[in-house]
Design a protein around this ligand. Structure first.
Ligand SMILES: [Ca+2]
Length: 268
């Protein structure tokens, strides 16, 4: 028993160290607040107001999340992080969770690769500067895997909440667990699951086969093209049932025994 506890403790330490090193968003889990403001974020209200406050009752992980209250009119309340230094050609994972069950608020992230603080690049603008998210059911994860363009040295990111069109005042959106990390430092080996096969592809039925040389239980997460998670589950007899997917293109993330791989999936 003693040996087991020691192993678990070391595993927990290693896991903490990896997370601390790899997440380049300070206080991305919204656990640290000073004088009512989230540490590491600069909050800018609209001329019509809007606030970002600590939520300890509604949250995705840890003990708190950020609660955005929409302005009473046009404009947005914004929470921005300091620009993150990036290395051109490295692959980064950008991910966060949000919950918008309010008819009176809509939100989005707003991000860019930059040559410097003054010069913005247009690479990945389709996903880094998206339209508004309106009304999710529960917490939703947004995830992108992106490669820093050749001239990029910085990544800029903020979250913006607006009053929903035709909405009343005081709409609410929650954000939590913001991550931005260099995949090379994540301790995750991409495409390293020996013999991985995902089929049929295109998929027309409900049963997706996910097989590998070891055929261990795999965690499967599926994202739509705007990065919203639409499925999460584990394989049973090397299959997952994905009957809730509508026709379209998806990204499938598969994890088996600490190794992760990504595949594109077309659903007919
Ligand atoms: Ca949190």
């Amino acid at each position: 028993m003693k040996k087991l506890y020691a192993s678990l403790f070391i595993a927990a330490l290693a896991s903490t160290a990896v997370n601390a090193q790899t997440n380049l968003v300070p206080n991305g889990d919204f656990e640290a607040w000073t004088d009512g403001a989230p540490e590491g974020f600069t909050v800018t209200p609209a001329t019509n107001g809007g606030t970002v406050t600590q939520s300890t009752t509604e949250l995705h992980g840890g003990a708190s999340a950020a609660l955005f209250t929409a302005p009473a009119g046009t404009g947005n309340v914004k929470a921005a992080i300091a620009d993150i230094p990036v290395t051109a050609g490295h692959t980064y994972v950008f991910s966060y969770w949000f919950k918008d069950e309010s008819d009176n608020a809509r939100g989005r992230h707003w991000a860019s690769w930059r040559v410097d603080t003054a010069t913005q690049l247009t690479d990945n603008a389709d996903v880094l500067q998206p339209g508004y998210y309106e009304n999710t059911s529960g917490w939703q994860q947004v995830t992108y895997t992106l490669t820093a363009p050749a001239t990029a040295t910085l990544f800029r990111l903020d979250f913006r909440v607006y009053q929903q069109a035709d909405g009343a005042n005081s709409g609410l959106i929650y954000y939590d667990d913001v991550m931005f990390y260099d995949q090379a430092t994540a301790g995750v080996n991409q495409n390293d699951i020996a013999g991985l096969k995902v089929f049929p592809n295109p998929l027309s039925g409900n049963v997706l086969n996910v097989t590998s040389n070891t055929n261990g239980v795999k965690e499967v997460a599926i994202y739509d093209i705007i990065g919203k998670q639409v499925f999460a589950g584990k394989t049973v007899n090397n299959t997952v049932n994905v009957n809730n997917l509508t026709a379209g293109v998806y990204i499938v993330n598969i994890t088996e025994e600490g190794k992760t791989a990504t595949r594109k999936l077309v659903v007919k």
